[in-house]
Design a protein around this ligand. Structure first.
Ligand SMILES: [Ca+2]
Length: 514
């Protein structure tokens, strides 16, 4: 059963009354003025106050649905004890959204604080989507003295000119000190590891396409044919990234010890799973009641468990702000729900790529034991784009108007000081995989076309005579988006369309300060 938002709202109110303001050390004897002030960020930090500058770890999984983790769906057939531990020890968001329902869109918004509909994301296979000099959560934190590392799936493009040459425009050119990962998904060739800005070994071999019997063409152990590096095996990518992430944490601790420093770490760990190919290693087969998909998700959870253990082993947990989420909705059809009794959507309509909720409403958990109340729940509507402004707030850096134009500071939600009745963002705007626009304001959600706008059938319906041209839902009473009120609520439709137009035309949605 899906956890009911109203129950969660009551719970959060109750918890807020017990919650205390974040305690901040105010007696700094020496103010360190940082010399390197970013071109776009005004640094107002007081210096090396480690309590105000937590380690920041983002664990992003791939195509995991709202109904997969047990902490979001008590009927889930996939045991996820490590993900669930983050809900137990931190804050669970019921209404958190990917900025787009596909991999590249979602990651662009997460890193830049800018809605992905504002750029041409289809360039990703040849060009970097993030512009030189564009602030990212990594460059922001790097300018604040963080060691910034990324491990995993980039999918935001490089300036490609062959794989035996450097690949400019990737993580190490967009704010990360260190990178190990792959270009895109583990079903999109060429398949090769990248360290820094170079292929570890170029994709000089070939691999044939693969599919799994009994599944749709984009499920199972599916991958496309293409180039592959001799040192990469698709089934090893997930554990390899886990080893790398643990290595980053260990190296960082060792470096601080050697240098006698207390530099904070920012790690962005982007797992390419449980996206296809579903390749659970033998140890995880049969560990769920939801087929090879569920078993692969169990393996993802176990990998997260290894990373959490590493953080614990280094005594870093208390001062690490850890975010867990998934980039977009699952590839799991109604027939799969019937076959396995597992609903990866958690009762939401649709799937990956859709304008409907399952495409973009995601599991989202934040753990920071010294600041975020354990087992708390919030129904605030947030978007991954909000991490930039939130991290800026956490480290006391101010964002200038042009930076992260769609990023809202949600730190008040994390500290429990933001009333649930007072939204942190006035609207949420998403372009679906198929190009339909969605605007959400409060409980109202408008979609500018008919159909899913993504992978679910029907994808796009041409309105018949007398049909409304779009969809309007009241999510407070119709979270599964079945009762289209577009024709019944013309005033609300006009208001939302006007607001959508303004968000698109002004190039920003976070209000300017002045
Ligand atoms: Ca994805």
């Amino acid at each position: 059963m899906l956890t009911k938002p109203n129950a969660a709202r009551r719970l959060c109110r109750q918890q807020q009354s017990e919650h205390h303001l974040p305690h901040r050390i105010t007696t700094l004897a020496v103010w360190l003025v940082l010399a390197a002030v970013s071109q776009v960020v005004v640094n107002t930090a007081l210096g090396a106050d480690s309590e105000m500058r937590p380690n920041i770890v983002i664990i992003m999984v791939d195509d995991m649905g709202y109904g997969d983790p047990g902490c979001y769906n008590t009927d889930s057939k996939i045991p996820t004890p490590h993900i669930d531990s983050l809900a137990r020890d931190g804050m669970r968001f019921t209404d958190a959204h990917a900025p787009g329902p596909l991999c590249h869109m979602s990651r662009y918004g997460l890193l830049t604080g800018r809605y992905p509909f504002r750029t041409n994301v289809s360039r990703w296979s040849k060009q970097p989507l993030i512009e030189p000099g564009q602030t990212t959560i990594a460059s922001l934190l790097q300018a604040q003295g963080y060691h910034t590392a990324m491990v995993g799936k980039w999918h935001l493009g490089f300036q490609e000119d062959g794989y035996d040459k450097p690949l400019p425009g990737g993580p190490v050119d967009r704010g990360f000190d260190r990178y190990f990962g792959i270009r895109a998904s583990t079903d999109i060739p060429p398949y090769f590891y990248i360290r820094g800005n170079q292929a570890v070994s170029p994709p000089t071999n070939r691999i044939a396409a693969n599919n799994s019997e009994g599944w749709s063409p984009i499920q199972g152990a599916f991958w496309r044919e293409g180039g592959i590096a001799p040192d990469l095996e698709l089934k090893n990518v997930l554990p390899r990234f886990t080893d790398e992430a643990i290595g980053v944490i260990g190296d960082h601790v060792a470096r601080n010890k050697t240098n006698g420093t207390d530099q904070p770490l920012m790690l962005y760990l982007a797992y390419p799973a449980p996206h296809t190919p579903w390749l659970p290693s033998p140890k995880f087969r049969g560990r769920s009641a939801a087929s090879m998909y569920g078993d692969f998700a169990v393996m993802v959870d176990a990998m997260i468990g290894r990373v959490l253990k590493s953080i614990d082993d280094h005594d870093m947990a208390d001062n690490t702000l850890l975010v867990f989420t998934s980039d977009n909705g699952p590839v799991w059809y109604e027939s799969d729900v019937q076959r396995f009794g597992h609903d990866a959507s958690g009762g939401l309509r649709g799937m990956k790529a859709d304008a409907w909720e399952c495409g973009h409403r995601m599991p989202f958990l934040v753990r920071w034991p010294v600041q975020v109340k354990a087992a708390s729940v919030t129904d605030q509507t947030i978007c991954f784009t909000d991490l930039l402004a939130t991290f800026a707030s956490v480290v006391d850096a101010e964002l200038l108007a042009g930076v992260g134009p769609d990023s809202f500071d949600i730190s008040g939600v994390l500290w429990g000081t933001q009333p649930e009745e007072k939204p942190v963002r006035d609207a949420l705007v998403i372009r679906s995989g198929g190009g339909m626009m969605t605007i959400r304001v409060g409980d109202w959600k408008l979609i500018t076309g008919l159909g899913s706008g993504g992978f679910s059938q029907p994808r796009r319906i041409k309105p018949g005579p007398g049909d409304p041209p779009g969809q309007l839902y009241n999510l407070a009473v119709d979270l599964s988006e079945t009762n289209n009120l577009y024709a019944d609520e013309p005033a609300i439709v006009q208001k939302l369309l006007a607001q959508l137009k303004k968000v698109r035309e002004t190039g920003r949605s976070r209000p300017t300060e002045d």
